[in-house]
Design a binder for this molecule. Sequence first.
Ligand SMILES: [Zn+2]
Length: 370
Amino acid sequence: MKKLLRKLIGVETTAQKGELAAAEIISAELGRSGIDSRIDSWDGARANITTLVTSAGRKGALLFACHLDVVGAGEASWKYPAFAAVESDGKIHGRGSADMKGGIAAAVTAIGEIADSGTKLGGDIILFGAAGEETDSCGTKRFVRNFGGMPEFVGVVIPEPTDFEIITAHRGMLWLKVTTKGKAAHGSTPQLGVNAIASMKALLGELENYKIAFEPHELLGGCSMSINTITGGKAINVVPDKCDIGIDIRTLPAQNRQAIIADFEKMFAKLKRKNPQFEAQVSIVREVGALETDCRCDFVRDFCSAVGINETCAVGFTTDGPYFASLGAPVVIFGPGKPELAHKPDEYIDISDVEKAVEYYKNIILKFLS
Ligand SMILES: [Zn+2]
């Protein structure tokens, strides 16, 4: 398991470099247990992997849904190089160790050990590794689109780092780009242009007092909004004709994007009444729904008993879970590693946690499929 995890961390599977190398490592590993995988590759090195461990049984399939990609190492300096997978003090360090190559290594090892043991299963196991979860969910969208021909699921396990909490709900994500438009002019004659940055300043003033309406959710709390990027202007001597901001909104299950977008459009109209030269538009960059699995359903109840943990909870981060839920299957997020280490410098995972996860995943497979 440790060797597999170190190999997975060693390949820099950012969206830019692609996920193919990780897919090949998993395929080779499962191949040693006589399990065939299918790698779906596009655009050079982008890749998904799907492994089907078939059985003669009639139970629904259990899907382990992982993501192969990682976010970049970032600007900060790391104690150990981000892709060297250094082992020290019972930990393996590196980008993706917690989010989520530790979970992948555990799921792959559990599946391999069950296959090697010759246990007869009553349903299939599917392992899916997606491209692009950290950027645009391109891999999972592709999987869901080409889904035909797969067996029915009993449930979906997402081995993201939850520090072994059973997560059944998370907020959704709505990323918006708002662009103000102006008219370019020479920097020495600003009166001949319309400054898009000045228009953005007016809009930012409105947004400062704006709160998205929501009914608080019993598990997920409130909706949040944060303006996280801004770009505008091409040169110091040119009046800018365009300025963009990127807004990260985390949504609750009952919210709808039309209402949020309509609020923005009302705001634009108000600013235009004050200043007829004001022009703005809003577009959706990315949207992932909220996840809300019924914690009283059979799958969650049996899942809790398989791992011996009785509590379920909600988290603030988002996963590809809602895409799998759209296939009609209950989704649970459960895996090794501390979620607060994800996307940060000096990310690591405790080796003992990955070992524990292997045992948990084997128990889960046996609970649902034997
Ligand atoms: Zn993740």
